[in-house]
Design a protein around this ligand. Structure first.
Ligand SMILES: Nc1ncnc2c1ncn2[C@@H]1O[C@H](COP(=O)(O)OP(=O)(O)OP(=O)(O)O)[C@@H](O)[C@H]1O
Length: 903
């Protein structure tokens, strides 16, 4: 290859091979070397700018450049790039065999031999691509071309993404070991084609090597079935089918009327690939070891890359290459095969069809509509969102430089541009950490008396203060036997029911479908709490999970609608069919009260992103609940209208919401304290409000350790008139108006409580010695969906078990404004293996996640047959343009930029 600069004048342009959304591809002959035929992709600069395709051209250029460093038969090679005033040119390997899709359309399906042959080539090429840290992201039969001998050549790298080389190593290893999380932590953009798009991209905005493997599975299916596995009436339906893994095997529709059954090994292989959970999807290395490829010697590249058009002698049966000047004799416009079953024997491969230019639209794409319907936000703060796959500035610069080196031959041994321009390492989703819970904890083992504790509303205002409190306890009076799920009648029904016609109930903090498995403590059950003596008993939790493994799996039969209200009430509702409603469902069952001091919460490898593990709630010596999340495929089977109307605040973790509920209650407590203190002599003369009296009368035996300053207490006891009606109405009924009436922590009856034993005293002393630090919010990492326990044997974290004495610290910081100091003091007590980050100050009571739930990202474009949402595009696009303009590394792109500005 010469290093002389090339230009369009060096080539004789022949017929058009086809065109895509921003380019036209021509066959071309090299004037200096007329035997050499290329395909030259001509991209109109004007068009690229107009249709915002600069990024894709850049990505394609970089990726192909990187891959061109080492020749691989299965990849279309990029030889040269150059430009003139009008166009950018990519000189590529010519693939006279056309698209694999065209061949498939002509044959209907591939026979087993072809299927295996093509699949083997695809795997080998894909492995090569992945070994360079590249994810193709748009694999489909249209993007696989055939060379003159019928070998596959993967093309169209405009949607590709690279993984940081460090991660790449991991990923390669992880792939071979079983697709660990690293393997899918690369890209956050929607890219792909509806029918081949992976579920992780649909659900989590994540795309990794596994996504290419998914597409490979779709293609293998298509080889033997003639159509992709997931195809709905429209894109939304296609997405639904993908996440629900809704596909079936039909007869092998061969055009030559032969309908041999699909090889069961193909079915088995496809089943192993088409697994919704990316971590459970078979990695490429294991695909290669699948029995379907038992006879394949993966090291014998010559055999793998044998062209299927050649006859057994390697010669064409018919010589019709006259239309293709300078082609070697064995180029076969009329395809000849040396395989036994040759349904395509008489197939004429014709010139590629022209593609209609695709309009770029800024409309919201189907994928986001679909995600919205399923209650999955596609916004920045979505579960599992990782940085965009859009090229970072370095990439852009290098890409710009690369294209600017127009007229340059790509030196075979030069450093790959992409290698210099590492894509930003994906980071874990950033989440606003929940605020620190500050709760009362002075009474244990007391049933919680609750009124209808919905947030204040005109309805509540009208309720008579004398109205008896509906006392609902989650504490059973008698020991309970083990049972599953936790839907027994031990819970009294909460009178209010959810109004399904009112999707956003403002009193609800979070509501979603979960599985709940309840294990009541037996008399002889675990005598100690899961968190005995201030130590989380991981072994006990682990053994419990092990013990109930089967039941926990089966508990998936009992999908519940779990609701957490801002008043701390946690309840569930059976999701039963309407016929059964009378018997079981449509009523809320109180499960627990978040502020119950006997309630602890642990995460057992709980990961909302992968919907794995359990959130364990423990009502001390009473009951354990294992909460797990249904897979999205299960969720997707719930009719959309139901999901839409009943899931609330899907964007926020359960754990976060539990903490927020506690914080809200604490804030109310504090407000209540303040409201009971009059600083205004005028109002201080007023008599106590009925509701205030009511609260006092009905105050259950729950103590408050949050003591206001003594002067306030004094005044408060005399002047019980809240300053603000709203505050008064929001005050929970449980809060006593007079601080003096509150039982102190030390007076809390602890009889019979294991933690009241001498051992517990020690731990309490320790806590006091530590400044009375309460258990509180876990670190940010604990909310990170990608967090995995560091140690296997310590797989749980106690997230909220408040048994500490807060009095001291709270007396020092009685007001909400002091929350930051409170939060500092309220660092979490965990199993001791997570780094704790300082919690942020308390925020006002806002629920932005709920508001954001239905907002679609604005930075989405639908282009061609790809769906793209590039989360950082808004900002990076601007920077991108600016970078190009200011640094001016590429003459070509500079001129593009100028043109853009002129417009
Ligand atoms: N190297 C090649 N040899 C032969 N034909 C090619 C080659 N590259 C592309 N083609 C054909 O040219 C057509 C346009 O290809 P191009 O890569 O520009 O667009 P595309 O990838 O199909 O579309 P888009 O970029 O919008 O996804 C395709 O039909 C393809 O089959």
């Amino acid at each position: 290859m010469t290093s002389r600069k090339r230009s369009p004048h060096d080539f004789i342009f022949k017929e058009e091979l086809g065109h895509g959304s921003y380019s036209t591809v021509f066959k071309a002959l090299d004037k200096k070397c007329p035997n050499k035929i290329y395909a030259i992709k001509v991209c109109s600069k004007k068009h690229i700018i107009q249709e915002a395709k600069v990024k894709y051209v850049t990505i394609e250029k970089n990726t192909m450049n990187l891959l061109a460093q080492k020749h691989h038969a299965g990849i279309i090679k990029l030889y040269y790039t150059f430009h003139d005033e009008e166009n950018l040119y990519f000189v590529l390997d010519y693939a006279p065999g056309g698209e694999l899709l065209s061949l498939l359309h002509r044959t209907g399906t591939f026979n087993d031999l072809w299927t295996r042959h093509f699949t083997v080539q695809l795997i080998d090429a894909l492995e090569f691509i992945h070994s360079h840290g590249i994810i193709h992201r748009d694999l489909k039969p249209e993007n696989v071309l055939l060379d003159k001998d019928g070998r596959l050549m993967i093309t169209d790298f405009g949607a590709a993404a690279t993984i940081d080389s460090n991660l790449s190593e991991n990923s390669t290893r992880c792939n071979s070991d079983g697709n660990s999380v690293n393997d899918n932590q690369n890209c956050a953009s929607f890219v792909g084609t509806a029918e081949y798009v992976s579920p992780e991209l649909l659900l989590y905005n994540q795309c990794g090597y596994g996504s290419d493997i998914w597409a490979l599975g779709c293609m293998i299916y298509q080889f033997v079935q003639g159509h992709p596995p997931f195809r709905g009436e429209n894109e939304l339906k296609t997405f639904e089918k993908i996440v629900a893994l809704d596909y079936s095997w039909g007869p092998n529709k061969r055009i030559n009327n032969s309908s041999p059954p699909v090889n069961p090994l193909v079915i088995n292989l496809v089943r192993k690939i088409l697994v919704v959970e990316v971590n459970e999807r078979i990695p490429l290395k294991l695909v290669k070891r699948h029995p379907y490829f038992a006879k394949i010697d993966w090291n014998d590249k010559a055999k793998i890359w044998r062209g299927i058009w050649q006859n057994s002698q390697g010669q064409p049966e018919q010589q019709t290459s006259g239309a293709l000047p300078n082609l070697p004799q064995n180029v076969l416009p009329t395809r000849q095969l040396h395989v036994i079953d040759t349904p395509a024997r008489s197939i004429q491969i014709t010139k590629q069809r022209r593609k209609k230019p695709t309009k770029v639209s800024n409309t919201t794409s189907s994928i986001v509509v679909w995600r919205k319907r399923l209650g999955i936000s596609a916004g920045k703060d979505d579960l599992g969102t990782v940085p965009s796959a859009a090229p970072n500035d370095n990439n852009i610069l290098n890409a710009t430089a690369a294209v600017s080196s127009s007229n340059s031959v790509i030196p075979p041994n030069s450093q790959p541009i992409q290698a210099q321009a590492k894509r930003t390492q994906p980071v874990a989703p950033t989440r606003i950490p929940p605020k620190v819970p500050i709760i009362s904890n002075s009474v244990r083992n007391k049933p919680i008396s609750r009124q209808n504790t919905a947030l204040p509303s005109p309805v509540i205002r009208s309720v008579s203060p004398k109205q008896p409190t509906s006392s609902v306890s989650s504490t059973p009076s008698a020991p309970l036997s083990l049972s599953a799920p936790s839907t027994e009648a031990q819970h009294q029904d909460v009178p209010q029911t959810l109004d399904e016609r009112n999707p956003i109930d403002l009193s609800i903090l979070k509501q979603d479908y979960v599985f709940i498995y309840g294990i009541p403590y037996k008399d002889e059950g675990p005598a100690m709490s899961l968190n005995s003596y201030n130590e989380i008993d991981n072994d006990l939790i682990t053994s419990l999970v092990e013990q109930h493994k089967e039941d926990l799996k089966n508990s998936k039969l009992f999908l519940q609608l779990l609701t957490l209200k801002k008043n701390g009430m946690l309840s569930y509702k059976n999701t039963v069919k309407k016929d059964d409603e009378k018997n079981l469902g449509n009523k809320e069952h109180l499960m627990a009260n978040i502020e119950d001091t006997d309630l602890s919460m642990y995460d057992f490898e709980f990961n909302e992103l992968s919907r794995k593990g359990f959130l364990i709630l423990e009502k001390y010596k009473n009951k354990l609940w294992f909460i797990s999340l249904p897979s999205y495929s299960i969720l997707s089977k719930i009719p959309f209208h139901v999901v839409k109307s009943l899931t609330i605040n899907n964007n926020e973790n359960w754990v976060g919401c539990f903490f927020r509920a506690r914080q809200l209650l604490e804030e109310k407590q504090i407000l209540d304290k303040i409201s009971n203190v009059s600083f205004d002599s005028k109002v201080s003369t007023q008599s106590p409000s009925p509701s205030s009296t009511s609260r006092k009368d009905h105050t259950p035996s729950i103590g408050i350790t949050v003591a206001p300053p003594s002067r306030n207490s004094k005044q408060g006891s005399q002047n019980k008139v809240p300053q603000n009606n709203i505050i008064k109405e929001e005050m929970p009924s449980r809060v006593p108006s007079n601080v003096k009436e509150k039982p102190s922590v030390n007076s809390t009856p602890l009889t019979g409580h294991p933690r009241a034993s001498s051992g517990n005293d020690t731990s309490r002393t320790t806590r006091r010695a530590n400044g009375g630090l309460p258990n509180s919010a876990p670190s940010v990492s604990a909310y990170n969906n990608n967090t995995v326990p560091i140690s296997n044997h310590r797989s749980t974290t106690n997230l909220m078990n408040n048994k500490s004495n807060y009095s001291t610290s709270k007396k020092e910081n009685p007001l909400p404004s002091s929350s930051s100091s409170s939060t500092t003091k309220s660092q979490p007590k965990t199993a001791g293996y997570r780094q704790l980050a300082p919690s942020p100050p308390l925020f006002p009571m806002e629920f932005p996640a709920t508001k954001e739930k239905y907002s679609a990202p604005s930075n989405m474009v639908i282009s061609s047959s790809r769906y793209e949402v590039l989360h950082t595009l808004n900002s990076s696009q601007t920077n991108f343009d600016r970078e190009i303009a200011s640094r001016g590394a590429s003459a070509a792109f500079r001129s593009l930029q100028k043109n853009k500005k002129k417009k």
